[in-house]
Write a protein that binds this ligand. Structure first.
Ligand SMILES: [Zn+2]
Length: 247
């Protein structure tokens, strides 16, 4: 027979259940370790919106939020970058004249995956690069091509110019080294994959390139591929500007 409760007993039962659920949640989170939050409940750092980003953090819905916070916090950005595998050195600020200049920029000399040349980048762009090479490029290459990427071919970052080299209009994110253009990849076996040749190549190379484009959207604010327009037929444009696009 079902047990009968008067209203005050029912109230007590409900409170007990809520208390036990809260305790179970606290224990469950505590077991996984992490930072003490508010001195009461422990939550893993990658699930804690207040914990600073780390390159080795598991990627989740908070990653982009934490990345965008670095755009407003120069010191925090430098701290994250210092713990990344990117070999880099600071670049002096260059006054913004005509919408071109540098602020909080570094020169990236090397990364886990080799580069076709050094590049200058804002700190947030460099951090996004570190996350991108760690979580996307290598993984996509192993999954779709069965080997590693030896080197990324890029077309540079800083260029004092307008969007799409137009004579008039808005300055490109390249004008502040906040954008990077990627033209292809050299694989461990020496084969080259280029956007110009392989984007519509109907091969595993194409699958790889499209996976890299889609993965880039988790870290960069704007990702433009040959799907976007003819001006991007031979490169990915990746930037950390104010807009959001994944095309
Ligand atoms: Zn570009």
């Amino acid at each position: 027979m079902e047990e009968q409760h008067n209203p005050s007993q029912r109230h007590h039962v409900v409170l007990t259940i809520i208390g036990r659920l809260a305790l179970a949640a606290a224990l469950g989170l505590g077991i996984t370790g992490g930072l003490v939050w508010g001195g009461v409940v422990q939550i893993p750092r990658h699930l804690n919106p207040f914990a600073p980003l780390r390159i080795t953090d598991e990627i989740n819905w908070l990653t982009r939020h934490k990345l965008s916070r670095l755009e407003r916090d120069e010191l925090q950005c430098r701290a994250v970058l210092a713990e990344s595998p990117l070999s880099h050195r600071p670049v002096p600020d260059r006054d913004l004249a005509d919408g071109c200049g540098l602020s909080n920029a570094v020169e990236v000399i090397d990364a886990s995956i080799g580069l076709s040349g050094n590049f200058t980048a804002t700190c947030p762009l460099a951090v996004a690069w570190a996350l991108f090479e760690r979580n996307v490029i290598g993984q996509a290459a192993r999954e779709y091509l069965g080997q590693d990427v030896a080197r990324v071919l890029h077309l540079g970052t800083y260029a004092c110019r307008n969007i799409d080299h137009r004579e008039r209009g808005r300055r490109s994110e390249h004008a502040t080294a906040n954008a990077m253009d990627i033209s292809g990849f050299v694989l461990a076996d020496g084969k080259q994959i280029t956007l110009r040749r392989d984007w519509n190549g109907n091969s595993r190379h194409e699958v790889f390139l499209r996976a890299v484009r889609d993965g880039a959207c988790d870290f960069f604010d704007v990702v433009l591929s040959p799907d976007y327009n003819a001006a991007h037929h031979d490169h990915f444009h990746l930037d950390m500007g104010r807009f959001r696009a994944c095309r």
